[in-house]
Design a binder for this molecule. Sequence first.
Ligand code: TPP
Length: 280
Amino acid sequence: MVDKGTKLIHKYLRHDKKFPHVWCPGCGNGIVLGALIRAIDSLGLSKDDIVLASGIGCSGRMPVYVDFNTLHTTHGRTLTFATGIKLVKPHLKVIAIMGDGDSTAIGGNHFIHAARRNLDLTAVIINNMIYGMTGGQHSPTTPYGAFTTTSSFGHIEHDFSISELAACAGASFVARGTVYHVESLDKLIRKAIEKVGFSVVEVISNCHIQYGKRNKMKDPVTMMKWLKEHAVPVEKALQMSKEDMEGKFTIGVLQDVEKPVYTEEYEKIRKQALSSKKRK
Ligand SMILES: Cc1ncc(C[n+]2csc(CCOP(=O)(O)OP(=O)(O)O)c2C)c(N)n1
C-alpha cells in the first residue's frame, strides 16, 4: 500500500525531472516544502490554480521542485512578479516563497509596500537568519553578536522581526512558526492561503551549514533543539514576563484583521474603466 507521504510526493513534486535537489542534508527548506504541500492538499486546491513564485536563494529553489505554475525570478523581486500575476489573473492563488535576505534586505521595500497595499498574496518567508546560498553573509535577521562570514568578530548590527514589520506595514494576516513545530506550521500556512489579503508566514528555520556551524549549532538536531527551546506559543507568551521572554520569540497567529484588499479594489476599478470605455 502506498502511504500518504509517497502519494503527495508523486502528486506534487517534479521528482522525476528536477531531482536531486540542491539543499544540504537536514535543511529546513524541505520541511517547509512538506508543510506547504500538505496545506495546499488539505484545501483541495487544483495544482493549476496555484502559482508559486520565488527570487534567488536556497529557499528560492522551491518552485523548481513542485508541479504548480512556477516562477524562479530575480533576487529581491519575488513580490513584484507575484503582484503582476495576481493583478492579471486574480482567480489564481499566488504564493511567494522567500528567504530573509530576499524578502527583507534587497526586497525589503517591495515587502513593506505589498503589505501596506494589502494585496491578496501569501508570503512564506524562510528565516534562517543568514544568506544561505551565497556563503553565509549576515542578513537583516542575523542576531546581534552572531558569527557569520561577514561578521567574523560578532555581528554589530541589530536584527528586526519580520513578522512585526509585516504587521506594522499593514498585512491582514501574520503568523510565525518554526521547522520544529511542523504540525502547527501546516495549519498556519493553510490559514494564510485561505486568508483574503496580504498574509505572511515567517518560518524560523535551520541553516546549520552556514549559520549553525559558526554559532555552536553545527548539526540540524542542535538547531532544532534551539528552536524548540526558544519558541513560545503566543497565548503562553501573554502570561510571561518581559524578562522570561528575553531572547525568545513567539509562534502562532500574530495578526488577523479584515480590511479592504487591493486586488479586489483594483478589480472594481478595472470593471469601471472597461464600462466607461464602452460608453464612449
Ligand atoms: C541582484 C542580486 N544581488 C545579489 C545576488 C546574490 N545572491 C543570491 S542569493 C543571495 C542571498 C540569499 O539569502 P536569502 O534570501 O536569505 O535566502 P537563502 O539562500 O538563505 O534561502 C544573494 C545575496 C543576486 N543573485 N542578485
